[in-house]
Design a protein around this ligand. Structure first.
Ligand code: AHR
Length: 512
């Protein structure tokens, strides 16, 4: 009896060694994860372009032809696959002719959407296209449907792509660009349900068809045409567009938007970027995970009406949106970026991979100094955010082939009735032939053991780990390396590798 009592006590105090088991099916590869899922977005908004990217050739800040040298280098290392510009809401008030020709003669316009500041249009079509070339990105231009015309939109594309002797093509040459540019993506309007004109899906779809009919470019330079779609849980835009655009009008993608707000509400405070508690950490991750349902529902509609998979589902704005820091122009949408944003990023990537058949592009909002940024600047100072580091860690997933896997274990976290899985995982065969696994641990307190097996014997895992003891750990201009990836390596046993994934962490490894 006494012995039994001791055994019972031992069972009570011995911690249960929990582990999650992942089995990768290397024999049945899935679709290619389009590298454009790792796209960026830059808008004429706050210090996103002016200061964040463009300082001008005469600036005391080190620059390459007007672009900040530090930012160009950082972005080149990120392998930015595609870059969206000039908005956002700004796109529907942008007149491209204001941003060409000798800079001193360009119009000065009021940015009525973002902060009411004057835009001297120093950054226009030539500056954007040259910047994309410099960082090696494809371009995604968002046309002005709200306050432009079909003629203005068609003429912009002619200016960009025509190799003829037309007046517009020669104007481009006169402005310094001889050869036409390649335009990979072009959108007709932005957020037509809101800032883009407060339209109904039916009215917008008619306008889309009208405008798209006149966007004629050379046969070898036809951008994919993107319609402005819904946001958050809305599906009616996808539904209406895919059923009514018709076969005579090109529609290559529908752009959906979803922002992660810790409070989940636009009508109350969204929540601070820093100094939050565990409840806010969990709420933010719960909000970000909602995107999976929005993608699933919209993709189901596309699958129903577009059997040949012509139309892609593009999440062309996503990321966290917090309360603006006090003191800053609220129209500038500047926010700090912490370890929480890093975990949000990984969770979204893992979801995007799961829908790679239809999800062919995503663009985080935004590249520098705005919302969930990769880069923050303060005059000549620059830092890389935790979000930047996750984008960099995931580079091997660009154009990799997704692999199926099963997961056993994976405990839930959160309070009862409001839980979510602790780990978010993805795996793919990289273009280099290596097997990659990425895992985010959403638990702010506890680590998790992940045992990975496959039909091939695994001997080691090497990669990079991003974590910190504080949930809101972030980089500052004084301490830019507070949150930075560290090398991770572990040796396998019996054909399996075991990863100890710390609490609140993102880990990306190559398996051999
Ligand atoms: O990214 C900031 C803004 O968010 C964009 O301009 C708009 O499209 C969205 O509402």
């Amino acid at each position: 009896m006494k012995a039994l009592g001791c055994l019972w006590l031992a069972l009570m105090v011995t911690p249960v060694v929990a582990e999650t088991r992942m089995t990768i099916d290397v024999a049945h590869p899935g679709p290619v994860i389009n590298r454009h899922i790792y796209g960026q977005f830059m808008e004429h908004l706050g210090r996103g372009i002016y200061e964040g990217v463009w300082v001008g050739k005469q600036s005391a800040i080190a620059n390459v032809d007007g672009y900040r040298s530090d930012v160009v280098k950082a972005l080149q290392e990120l392998h930015v696959p595609v870059l969206r510009w000039p908005g956002g809401c700004f796109a529907d008030e942008y007149h491209w002719q204001d941003g060409i020709g000798p800079p001193a003669q360009r119009k000065k316009t009021v940015n009525t959407t973002w902060g009411g500041v004057i835009d001297d249009n120093a950054f226009g079509t030539h500056e954007f296209m040259a910047f994309a070339e410099l960082i090696g990105a494809d371009v995604y231009i968002n046309g002005n449907l709200g306050t432009g015309s079909a003629a203005e939109m068609a003429q912009w594309l002619e200016y960009l792509t025509s190799n003829s002797q037309s007046t517009l093509a020669n104007l481009r040459r006169q402005n310094g660009r001889d050869q036409p540019w390649k335009v990979q993506y072009f959108a007709i309007g932005n957020e037509a349900w809101g800032c883009g004109g407060n339209m109904t899906p039916a009215y917008y779809t008619d306008l889309y068809k009208h405008y798209a009919s006149f966007l004629k470019t050379p046969a070898d330079n036809q951008p994919e045409l993107i319609a402005s779609g819904g946001h958050t849980a809305l599906t009616e835009w996808t539904d209406y567009l895919v059923q009514h655009v018709g076969k005579d009008v090109r529609l290559n993608g529908i752009g959906h938007h979803y922002y992660t707000l810790p409070s989940g509400s636009w009508d109350t405070n969204k929540g601070p970027a820093l100094g939050f508690d565990e409840t806010a950490w969990l709420a933010t991750l719960k909000q970000t995970r909602r995107i999976e349902g929005f993608i699933r529902d919209n993709v189901a509609i596309l699958d129903r009406y577009d059997k040949t998979q012509k139309v892609g589902f593009y999440v062309d704005e996503w990321g966290t949106w917090y309360d603006t820091a006090t003191g800053d122009n609220p129209g500038f949408l500047f926010q700090q970026n912490s370890l929480r944003d890093a975990v949000v990023t990984a969770v979204n990537f893992n979801i995007f991979h799961a829908y790679a058949e239809r999800m062919r592009m995503a663009n985080i909002a935004q590249m520098a100094n705005v919302l969930q940024a990769m880069i923050l600047t303060d005059k000549d100072k620059m830092l890389l955010t935790p979000t930047y580091h996750v984008f960099r860690m995931y580079v091997p997933f660009q154009d990799a082939t997704r692999l199926p896997f099963t997961l056993e274990g994976n405990p839930t976290i959160g309070s009862s009735g409001d839980t979510m899985p602790k780990l978010s995982v993805t795996t793919a065969r990289g273009k280099d032939g290596k097997l990659y696994v990425a895992v985010a641990n959403l638990d702010p307190r506890n680590s998790e053991t992940l045992v990975i097996g496959s039909s091939i014997a695994l001997q080691r895992a090497t990669g990079q780990l991003l974590t910190h003891e504080k949930m809101d750990a972030h980089n500052t201009f004084e301490r830019p390396q507070t949150v930075a990836p560290t090398r991770f390596e572990t040796v396998g046993a019996n054909g399996k590798v075991t990863l100890q994934v710390p609490a609140k962490a993102v880990l990306v490894v190559a398996l051999e």
